[in-house]
Write a protein that binds this ligand. Structure first.
Ligand SMILES: [Zn+2]
Length: 275
């Protein structure tokens, strides 16, 4: 198994364990590796250290939030140049997060001010910077992840990703509260290329989320489905257990277990692995 989305400490909020503890949990559960994500720090160096010490495949990247000024090509260039495999478009500081009143660092640290980020068609002023980031992702053959941006922005990113020759596109939990897409919209996105993610975090913490709803999204994503835990919260199960739980719950909805297991192992592994 391979978990393409997990959070560990140190972080600006409490986490279930630090990088070494989380890597140890995956090793005990016989996972081959994971992607370390943070909303407010590049995880490239941390992933390298975790990989060296655990012997697992650990990838990192950067989420383009307020800590790096949002859609910042130099933050993306630095992360990718040092071996980062993923650039997440704004997550915690996406405009959608602000509108949905979901947690952000600036809620806890008012003196940093509140900044939200969007890409076209929502904010056309961000076109040049976003396209620079996309060109960098293409140059490094890395993964573009859509973060918490809206459906319209996901569609724009998908079209521009094709223009720039990006071969690895991940629609970040499209059925989560942000961006909150219906299964039909998820189907339309993956039909133009890319993978769509479902997370255990949704199952455990998303208001109104049901196993049946996630199963419809999984069907819509078809072979382009990726299952990840997005765990690391102190009140979620340990990350490997969280990912297994998601597979079990979706299998309980009648989905094929072999395909679900692929969506939590070989599919994300090949999406992430450098060629
Ligand atoms: Zn996450």
């Amino acid at each position: 198994m391979f978990d393409s989305h997990v959070h560990a400490g140190p972080d600006v909020v409490d986490r279930i364990g630090d990088d070494a503890e989380v890597a140890g949990a995956y090793a005990l559960a016989d996972f081959s590796g994971f992607v370390l994500k943070a909303h407010y720090e590049s995880t490239v160096g941390r992933a390298y250290a975790a990989s060296r010490s655990s012997g697992q495949t650990v990838y990192g990247g950067v989420a383009l939030n307020q800590h790096c000024g949002g859609i910042n090509p130099s933050a993306a260039a630095a992360a990718l140049g040092a071996g980062g495999r993923v650039v997440w478009m704004p997550t915690a500081d996406a405009h959608t997060q602000h509108t949905a009143d979901l947690p952000r660092l600036c809620d806890h640290v008012p003196q940093i001010g509140s900044h939200s980020y969007a890409v076209p068609p929502v904010d056309t002023r961000a076109t040049e910077a976003t396209e620079s980031v996309l060109a960098l992702i293409a140059d490094h053959d890395a993964v573009l992840a859509t973060g918490h941006l809206s459906g319209d922005e996901c569609r724009w990113l998908s079209e521009r990703a094709r223009f720039y020759g990006i071969g690895r596109l991940m629609f970040t939990h499209p059925s989560y509260t942000v961006p909150g897409l219906a299964p039909s919209a998820v189907r339309a996105l993956v039909e133009s290329g890319g993978h769509a993610e479902i997370t255990t975090y949704q199952l455990l913490h998303q208001p109104g989320c049901t196993p049946a709803m996630l199963a419809r999204v999984a069907e819509a994503a078809s072979d382009q489905l990726i299952l990840s835990s997005d765990a690391g919260q102190p009140d979620s199960p340990s990350p490997p257990e969280a990912l297994v739980l998601l597979i079990d719950v979706l299998a309980g909805e009648g989905l094929d277990r072999g395909r679900l297991e692929a969506a939590a192992s070989t599919v994300p592994e090949s999406l992430l692995a450098p060629r």
